[in-house]
Design a protein around this ligand. Structure first.
Ligand code: NAP
Length: 365
């Protein structure tokens, strides 16, 4: 895990991270002034996102005051700020869709079991996690088990949850079945590899070629990937041919890459598109539709969460994911912890450069 920034800052950050681990940590007094990232117009995140001091008003009776601890920068956050995402928040807006915080204060009419010191993640979309302190209705946060490491807690709600739902909800896949995916080194892709391995499924993982392809293949294989191939290797790979043909394809990239994984599906297979990283449409070969009767579906975690706002299945899913994480079967993606004040660095590193993305950027407060 890389910790970037000035050496003094690195020391503070390490001490802070150590502090976060202990259950005996004291709840700090809150002065009423927090710091938020804000954007007033859609555009290039590095230009439109600024840091502001914010006065946090008094706590209402049904609210909790949360001190944010960690929040990732996901592609959807970037696209939302750019104004090209399906969700367009009213401006000015505080970005950040997921993260983990600690409850500092609990309103006197809050009926849930929330206590100061509990760790929580947002239940609602676009809570605005890129701020040091947030007031939220108690029903808008979910208490998580103690002892979950900070990065896992901050990143569980979007990507591992998406992977989990796509593996469970579309095709009744069972142990020994094969799942194929592109964008396999994305955070979602890495969660797919690990959850599928825990469920006894085999995975064919397609990634873009790069100079460090050997290391990437080793890394994904270490997570439990059955086969890792580049886009150019997919059609010819003997290892892929030796596996049962997949009934489920998970499409992060779309464009040509999506077409290639669609071609691998068994008749009546299903391709679930959840990302368009290539910015190209999904193109289905006519033969795949006519002769193989494949189905094209889409998945959006935000919609699933809205439809399952307080459904027990949502808590069940999170429980299972936390259990996998605590059992060492679900590790967070490769990441860099970035102090909140260095948010510009996190935004810069979260933007694709020469088409390749680096490590997941995680803001630490
Ligand atoms: N539908 C949903 O509910 C849902 C939920 C979560 C995420 N998503 C979407 O899933 C995608 C991945 O999210 P993430 O957080 O897992 O991302 P991430 O960890 O930042 O990884 C991004 C992935 O996209 C690939 N990529 C980037 N530019 C590309 C291009 N031009 N052509 C092909 N591949 C490219 C990267 O591969 P390289 O290493 O080769 O650059 C990497 O595998 C995003 O589109 C995100 O919006 C959707």
């Amino acid at each position: 895990m890389a910790v970037r920034g000035h050496p003094a800052l690195r020391l503070v950050l390490r001490q802070t991270l150590r502090g976060y681990g202990g259950d005996t940590q004291k709840i700090r007094q809150f002065s009423g002034v927090g710091t938020s990232l804000v954007y007033e117009e859609y555009g290039d995140p590095q230009k439109v996102v600024v840091q502001r001091e914010t006065n946090i008003p008094g706590l209402k009776e049904d609210q909790v005051l949360v001190r944010m601890l960690a929040a990732p920068v996901n592609p959807a956050d970037i696209n939302t700020i750019q104004g090209v995402y399906a969700v367009k928040p009213q401006l000015p807006s505080v970005p950040g869709n997921e993260g983990v915080g600690e409850v500092l204060e609990v309103g006197k009419n809050v009926e849930s079991e929330l206590q100061p010191g509990d760790r929580v993640i947002p239940r609602v979309n676009a809570l605005g996690t890129w701020q040091t302190h947030a007031l939220a209705a108690s029903s808008d946060v979910i208490k998580i088990p103690s002892g979950v490491d900070l990065v896992t807690a901050a990143t569980i709600a979007v990507n591992p949850s998406t992977a989990y739902r796509m593996l469970k909800d579309f095709v009744p896949v069972k142990r020994g079945d094969t799942v194929i995916q592109n964008g396999a080194n994305s955070a979602v892709g890495q969660a797919v590899i690990q959850i599928a391995a825990a469920l006894g499924m085999k995975t064919v993982n397609v990634v873009r070629d790069r100079t460090s392809i050997r290391e990437l293949k080793e890394h994904l294989t270490g997570l439990g990937a059955t086969v890792v191939v580049t886009e150019a290797e997919l059609r010819k790979s003997e290892e892929v041919k030796a596996l049962p043909p997949p009934r489920l394809a998970l499409n992060c990239v779309s464009g040509r890459s999506g077409t290639e994984i669609l071609r691998q599906l068994t008749p009546q297979g299903v391709m679930v598109t959840y990302g368009g990283m290539s910015r190209q449409p999904v193109t289905a070969p006519v033969g795949a539709l006519i002769f193989n009767d494949v189905t094209l579906r889409g998945f959006w975690m935000t919609r699933w969460n809205k439809e399952h706002f307080s459904h027990p299945e949502r808590l069940h899913m999170l429980d299972e994911l936390f259990q996998l994480a605590q059992g060492g079967q679900l590790r967070p993606p490769d990441h860099t912890l970035v102090p909140f004040s260095n948010f510009q660095e996190a935004l810069k590193n979260a933007m694709p450069s020469e088409g390749m993305l680096g490590k997941k950027q995680i803001l630490i407060f």
